[in-house]
Design a binder for this molecule. Sequence first.
Ligand SMILES: [Ca+2]
Length: 98
Amino acid sequence: MSEVCKEVPQLAKAMILLVEVFDKYAKKDGNADSLSKGELGDLLKAELGEFTSFGDKTKVDEFFNQLDANKDGTISFQEFMVFTASLTMLIQEMTKKV
Ligand SMILES: [Ca+2]
């Protein structure tokens, strides 16, 4: 996490982290404003791998097609946010059951 995060409140920190994680993978190849399928795969595996079975290549394809709402072949930050919001709601559901 960058230096700026140290004195930032918790929720704001979480939001900055979302931006930073997206940015980290988006700039790996080609367009730095969107995720290619390869970048999405790397992100899911490295940042969510243990939590889910996102390392699976078929799953990555499936997710990519679902997340690419405007079907332009890349995942924009907006599309990524829809995904993280949905996943966060799923996590909340899961924590309620525990
Ligand atoms: Ca897209």
